[in-house]
Design a protein around this ligand. Sequence first.
Ligand code: SOE
Length: 379
Amino acid sequence: MPPRSKLNVAILGHRFMGRAHSNAWHQVSRFFDCPFEPVLKLACGSDASSLAAFAGRWGWEETETDWRKVVERKDIDVIDIALPTFLHAEVAIAAAQAGKHIFCEKPFAMNLAEAERMLSAARAAGIVHYLNHNYRRCPSVMLAKQLIGQGRLGKIRQWRGAYLQSWLVDPDQPADWKLRKASAGAGPLWDLGSHAIDLAQFLAGDITRLVCHAKQFINQRPLASSPGTLGAVDVECAANLMFEFGEDGIGTIETTRYATGRENHHTFEVYGDLGALSWDLEDMNRLQFFDGSDEPSSRGFRNILVTDPTHQYAKNWWPPGHIIGYEHSFVHAVADFLSAIADPASGTLRPDFHDGVRITRVLEASLRSADSGTWENVN
Ligand code: SOE
C-alpha cells in the first residue's frame, strides 16, 4: 500500500465519548484500508490534569485547554466534538469556518436554531460533516436496512422503538450536565431519543407528526460537582412518543433512565406486510427476521448472527461467530468518515448535519407536545 497522507485530528472532550472516539481513531487503520492515516494530534479539555492523563493513556500528542486555539491551528484537519451538547454549536460553527472536517457526537444541538446554524456553516465551508449516531453502523442494523431496502418486509406500517437505561434509579446518583436543560437540551428524550429517532427515520421513514408524554420522577439530586449539595433537576425523567411516519406508518418510542434492570436497552421492532425485524443493542450481533414468504409450517423469527463476511463491516474483523461490541460501531463511523474526506462528492456519509436538523425538528416538536399535550407537526 502506498504511504498514506496523514490527517491531524483534534478531539474536544475526554470523558466517555472521548474514550470511545480515541479508541476508534487508534483502531481504524488496523482493521480498515483507510485513505488517510489519522494522527491523534491534540486533545482539548477544560481540566488540565485529567486531560493530561487522558492524552497520555490514549496517545494524543499534545493537549490544550483553549478550544479556540485548537480550531485556529493550521495543522489540524479534523475537529472531533465529544463535548456536552451545549458546547456543540459554537465549536462546530467555528470549526467549519476554519475549514475543518467535523466528527460531531450526538445529540446534535440544543435547539433547531443552533442546528440550522451548524448545518449552514458546514455547507458554506464545504467541509465533511458527520453526526455520530453510531448505532446505524452496527452490522445488524445495516442488515436491517438492506432487508428493508430489498423489499423483504414489504410496506413498512409500524415501528416500535425504545431506549431504556437505569443509571438514575438510585436517587443518590449525582446530577451531571445531562440532568440540566441548559447543558443537555432535555433529558432522555434528547440523550437517548435522538438515537432512537435516528434509527426510526433511517429504517422506517421521516416522522411527520407526534404526541409526546414526559414525566419527572425526581426533581433534585446531589450535585456531581459538590455531592453534599442538592441541585435541581430540570429535565424529564422519562418521555414516550407516539408518531406517524412516511405515508401512513405509525410508531412509538420510549425513553427513560429509570427502567430498573435495563442497562443500555436500545431496541426496535419494525413491521411490514411481508415481514418483520427486531433488534436489541444488548444483543447487537443478532437480528431477528420474520420472512412472511417462508413456508407456514416452519416459519418463524430467524435469529440471524450478523458476523458473516457478507455483512457490512464484518469482514474487517474476525471469522464468523467471533462477535464484536459497542466500540466497533465507532470504528466503522471513523472509517466511513475518512473515506468521505477522500471522496466528498460521494455524499454517502450519513447521518450528517442535514440529519441533525431533521432529528432536532422531531425533538423540538416532542418538547412542544409535552408542554401542550396535543399532537404536533414536525415540519
Ligand atoms: C447515555 O448514558 C449514553 O451514554 C448516550 O449518551 C450514548 O449516546 C449511548 O451510546 C450510551 O448511553
